[in-house]
Ligand binder design. Structure first.
Ligand code: V07
Length: 261
């Protein structure tokens, strides 16, 4: 079926022509885009199981989806893309899987760094980097360094990230500071935010979670206070242009209704 894309939606079949996807994109470009999109990239393991593939194949395919999503968000003009790559809870997975996941930042940069530089993308990181293997720390520091002067889209990887740990870290920093200064002042939300890993970034406008789970799973708990949430049953390796466009379309429709009867 040339010129047509087949999608399975809510158990039913949806056939969209390439032209229809283009129309949706044109429509989306005319409305206010979310400045900051955050994504929980879930479902690599289930995708692999359903394709009778080993689990790591799901993660490998997941990296491909990271590549295409970064490219597409950048071309749409999204300013910040935050991707949840590895949580503080993920250390409890089997050793071989943790090791495989820890090899992915390097694999990603090996092929993508030249394009990220060419496309003016700035790579940033949130999470507790102190607990990462030395090699991973080195690789991500190099990726961030090589792109630090870029002024285009910010690609923000959450690596060994946990939101409660982030909030506690902020509280502990504030306690330490108060102790050193010998005085305790009341602090504002704005002041508190400056102690989070995301201190230089605006809160996400849109959170996307793939693979059907309806939770935020310790991701950006403080920052998601006013974020629009969007969930899809599609597994992360199958997440494509159309899914992203549908999420942004839903976001724009909600915004338009905001405050109205
Ligand atoms: C990981 C692929 C995406 C699906 C979710 C889990 C598997 C890209 C990175 C990455 C991280 C930091 C960085 C550059 C690339 C990554 C992990 C897992 C641990 F600076 N994908 N990806 N890191 N997956």
């Amino acid at each position: 079926m040339q010129g047509r894309v087949v999608y399975y939606l809510d158990g039913g079949l949806l056939i969209m022509t390439v032209q229809q996807i283009k129309d949706l994109e044109t429509h989306i470009r005319t409305e206010k885009l979310p400045v900051h999109i955050a994504i929980i990239m879930d479902g690599n393991g289930r995708w692999a199981a359903e394709h009778n593939l080993a689990r790591h194949e799901g993660h490998r395919q997941g990296v491909e989806t990271v590549r295409s999503t970064v490219r597409y968000c950048n071309s749409l003009g999204i300013e910040i893309l935050t991707l949840f790559a590895f949580s503080t809870e993920n250390w409890q997975r089997p050793v071989w899987e943790v090791n495989y996941l820890m090899s992915l930042p390097e694999k990603y940069f090996q092929t993508e760094l030249p394009e990220l530089i060419k496309n003016n993308v700035q790579v940033k990181m949130i999470g507790d980097q102190s607990k990462l293997p030395h090699k991973v720390k080195k690789v991500i520091a190099e990726g961030a360094e090589a792109t630090k002067d870029n002024s285009g889209m910010i690609l923000n990887f959450a690596l060994n990230y946990g939101s409660r740990a982030e909030i506690l870290n902020a509280v502990n920093c504030l306690i330490e500071k108060a102790f050193k200064d010998g005085k305790i002042n009341q602090i504002s939300e704005e002041h508190f935010s400056r102690y989070l890993y995301t201190k230089d970034l605006p809160d996400p406008d849109l959170l996307i979670r793939t693979s059907g789970e309806l939770r935020v799973s310790n991701f950006l708990l403080w920052q998601l206070a006013y974020t629009e949430l969007w969930f899809t049953d599609v597994y992360w390796p199958d997440f494509g242009k159309l899914e992203l466009l549908k999420a942004i379309d839903a976001f724009q429709k909600r915004k338009r209704r905001y405050g109205k009867v």
